[in-house]
Design a protein around this ligand. Structure first.
Ligand SMILES: NC(=O)c1ccc[n+]([C@@H]2O[C@H](COP(=O)([O-])OP(=O)(O)OC[C@H]3O[C@@H](n4cnc5c(N)ncnc54)[C@H](O)[C@@H]3O)[C@@H](O)[C@H]2O)c1
Length: 495
């Protein structure tokens, strides 16, 4: 059940915008306060990016209701009724102190108040707030709408209850909150990043390697391991069969060898800055920041999908929006009119066959997602199945009418042809391409099943009533011409 219903974002720049996108897509209403007249435009760009990533992550699965976005003229208005308040203002202590003082005067005493700061200490900016016990660091990573980790760091006055509530609240919006036990500068993630950054700068300054070479070492090697195993698990495997103890004994002494310069930083000269900037420009190969962000997001989504398949790391946090809606008892909405759109998305590049069209079995995937959407509307989705009854498909007929091109939009409109107390006859029309023409049809017979007894059973009255409602709303539509068509080689008419 959803406990974070309303959030407030104070600051809607790169990080604030990322938080806003994540919260909205998790079904949370968000009030935003940011004095920048450009804030609305910047936030909407981040929401578009996040929606694009979600469409790639869950093609066509948009059951989860999006939250409402509201821009507020004052901070007090934004935070007044918020359960979760995320401050993402510039990294300046005087701004953070003033903003947290103001939040403390207007927010609810039960709200979670998290700061996105990358390194400032919570004890410093909570000191003057009337709600100091609710304030903590909640440090995310860019892009917030795709990377789940958030470092939770309490200050001297933060209460244990507030930390416990924050751990629940951030998890609810799909984050992985990690509680850092002590308040230290830069917390954990940025400390690790800084160590690697310092070494990288030395390697460029000393002419050992270019920015591109260093990034290649990470991209083609270390980085692929980090996303799934992290630091310690990676080294555990580095010990081979002999294990971690062997690894530590073998490589531990190398830490005191002279090749590590961790604590020194190279002098920040104009020459070094120029070298780094030139190498970085060459490396980008003319790609703009927007193009690079899209490439990054596509790759992150595909890495997350791979981790999800293995139920591992960040992938194990991902929840299909249909399942999430069921878990949150989100209100299922049967559309008001006769048109029932049950799938709306893009043809995923992973779905290509060797002709670069959508491969055969994906048609069934799209149609079964459409069926799932309709089942969800009538209360027959994943939550219902956990109660011991479900809908099983007993017959399917798919017609392939036109090519389905990769990357193009597709939409499925569904028709309830017939139903009785145990059966459901559905007909899906798949439209798509540039002209949204008819590309395929799917016709399916489903049976309501008592899974414990292992046999068909009548559906509950309320579910039947929902189907009656759909049938009533579609009663004015003509029946699909090809319903009930059989497969076969038709004889040519004799001339
Ligand atoms: N950029 C990153 O990669 C990154 C990563 C993690 C955390 N952070 C942290 O997130 C915070 C924000 O960083 P950013 O990169 O989004 O900066 P940004 O400059 O993109 O955004 C800051 C926003 O705060 C707004 N702002 C300024 N004063 C304000 C006020 N009084 N009330 C409300 N809004 C105000 C600005 O108009 C701006 O839109 C910083 O504390 C930063 O350390 C940044």
């Amino acid at each position: 059940m959803k406990t974070v219903k309303k959030a407030a974002a104070i600051g809607g720049g790169l990080i604030g915008g990322g938080w806003i996108a994540r919260m909205l897509l998790a079904g949370v209403d968000v009030n935003v306060h940011d004095p920048d007249p450009e804030a609305e435009r910047k936030v909407s760009t981040l929401i578009v990016n996040a929606e694009r990533a979600m469409a790639r992550l869950w093609p066509g699965q948009t059951t989860q209701a999006k939250g409402q976005l509201k821009f507020c003229g004052s901070l007090a208005e934004a935070v007044a009724d918020a359960d979760l308040i995320q401050e993402s203002t510039p990294e300046r202590i005087e701004i953070k102190c003033a903003v947290h003082r103001e939040i403390g005067e207007a927010a609810s005493k039960d709200a979670v108040i998290g700061s996105s700061t990358s390194g400032l200490l919570p004890s410093e900016f909570q000191a003057d707030s009337a709600l100091a016990d609710r304030i903590m660091v909640a440090h995310p990573y860019n892009p917030v709408y795709l990377l789940p980790v958030v470092e939770i760091v309490g200050g001297a006055k933060t209460s244990d209850a507030a930390i416990a509530r924050a751990m629940e609240a951030y998890a609810e919006i799909g984050m992985k909150p990690v509680h850092i036990k002590k308040e230290i500068d830069a917390f954990v993630g940025d400390r690790l990043l800084e160590a690697m950054w310092r070494e990288s700068l030395w390697l460029v300054k000393d002419g050992v390697a270019t920015a591109e070479t260093i990034d290649d070492v990470v991209r083609y090697g270390l980085g692929l391991r980090y996303a799934q195993m992290g630091q310690f698990m990676t080294y555990r495997l580095g010990g081979g069969e002999a294990g971690m103890e062997h690894f530590l004994k073998q490589f531990g002494p190398s830490l005191s060898w002279p090749w590590t310069k961790l604590m020194d930083t190279p002098e920040w000269t104009d020459e070094l800055i120029e070298t780094l900037a030139e190498q970085s420009d060459a490396q980008a190969g003319g790609l703009s920041i927007t193009e690079l962000e899209r490439i990054r997001d596509n790759n992150l989504v595909d890495i997350l999908k791979a981790l999800h398949r293995n139920d591992w790391g960040a992938g194990s946090l991902l929840k299909n929006p249909v399942v999430m809606a069921a878990d949150q008892n989100a209100e299922k909405m049967i559309p008001d009119g006769p048109e029932m759109i049950t799938f709306d998305g893009l043809v995923d590049p992973d779905w290509a066959d060797y002709n670069d069209h959508m491969t055969e079995f994906r048609y069934l995937e799209v149609f079964s997602k459409s069926t799932d959407t309709l089942l969800d509307w009538i209360g027959g989705g994943p939550a219902y199945a956990r109660g011991g009854s479900s809908w099983y498909t007993i017959e399917t007929h798919i017609r392939h009418l036109d090519e389905v091109a990769i990357g193009k939009p597709i939409m499925v409109k569904s028709r309830l042809v017939q139903h009785d107390e145990k059966r459901l006859h559905l007909f899906h029309d798949m439209h798509g391409g540039d002209d949204m023409g008819l590309l395929a049809t799917g016709e399916h017979m489903l049976m309501h099943v008592d899974m414990d007894a292992g046999r068909s059973s009548p559906m509950p009255e309320a579910m039947k009533a929902s189907l009656d409602t759909i049938a009533e709303r579609q009663s004015g539509l003509p029946m699909p011409d090809s319903r009930g068509a059989s497969i076969g080689i038709r004889a040519k008419p004799k001339s």
